[in-house]
Ligand binder design. Sequence first.
Ligand code: ATP
Ligand code: MG
Ligand code: MG
Length: 367
Amino acid sequence: MRVGILGGGQLAQMIAQAGANLDMSFKFISPDPKACAAPYGEHICADYQDEQAYQQMLEWADVFTYEFESIPKSVVESLEKKLALLPSSKALNVAGDRLKEKRTFNGLGIPTANFAPVDSLESLQSAVEQIGLPAILKTRSEGYDGKGQAVLRDVSQLEAAWQSVGQVPCILESMVNFSREVSIIAARSKQGEIVYYPLTENHHREGILRLSLPLQNDPYQQQAEKLAKALLDELDYVGVIAVELFQVGESLVANEFAPRVHNSGHWTIEGAHTSQFENHLRAICGLPLGKTDAINSCAMVNIIGKLPREEDVAAIEGARFHDYSKDEKPGRKIGHITITSEGLSGEAFNANLKCILQLVGEDPELR
Ligand code: ATP
Ligand code: MG
Ligand code: MG
């Protein structure tokens, strides 16, 4: 199969790496001349609006997928008319707009934070009266890693917050007082078969994911699967999805979903029978889905801003270094480290995980 990918970052890179086992070939459209996926296929270095780039892709590819959700609507529509775009525009439409996303969750009976649309300073004021404080103002589209968000704790902060998010269409969300954050990653095939990965506990700092820990037999697995299934079926979804959830008391409250492979599923490369990247390809190419069980205990730590020394990572038993070959920059995800428990005692695993957290400049007691 020939797979076209919109985007050439680390997610596209890891999809293409997984495709090598499936005898697939790849082309990427990305305006970044240093796109890190480039060595794993052919890189069409072009703007996301470039008609010629899409023409080249349409003549070549059997199926088209993407690694981010803020794709211009016109591009999505013209691509979908000519070629299978998976997951489809229906999923992209909802995931690309936090307001539609929350309304979709609620329409399926899935709870979310209280929310209200905001499109002016005046409407922000009335949204705050309705929802109360603390709350978070978020741009409806294009935000990632906590970008385009402002936390509101006091009414004196409204004007500065409205300026800081760029005075674009927004949503105000109540601040959820959660006991933990988890995500459920699932894959749905063209026939509607769904497989689920073990629930993963996620730890963020400054809006950026730092640590993911897949859980064996978590008591909330079933609840998470049930709500993911409702969403997948509603969207007639094909491919891998990630649904981010807050646990509040004994309920799971949906934060957002990503219509693609997800950072909290990177552990599946070493830690599951079939990685999320391989299952995404299997789903969009019409192949049977692979087993999602975890092989071992494992954990995934993001490398943000600055790479640790390779020899320091190699010295930690069970650690695998994933360097995305991106330039170092504060706040940028440039790699990750997975540690698996294979051959390690529980104690050694925990000690090694702490070493990894320290190596990447993170609090070793993060979880
Ligand atoms: P990404 O797409 O990279 O996951 P994002 O920019 O879309 O991030 P969110 O997932 O909405 O941002 O928020 C980032 C983090 O901020 C969440 O994982 C959570 O830790 C915190 N957060 C977001 N919304 C809320 C909320 N309503 N209540 C409490 N915490 C929140
Ligand atoms: Mg997001
Ligand atoms: Mg998120």
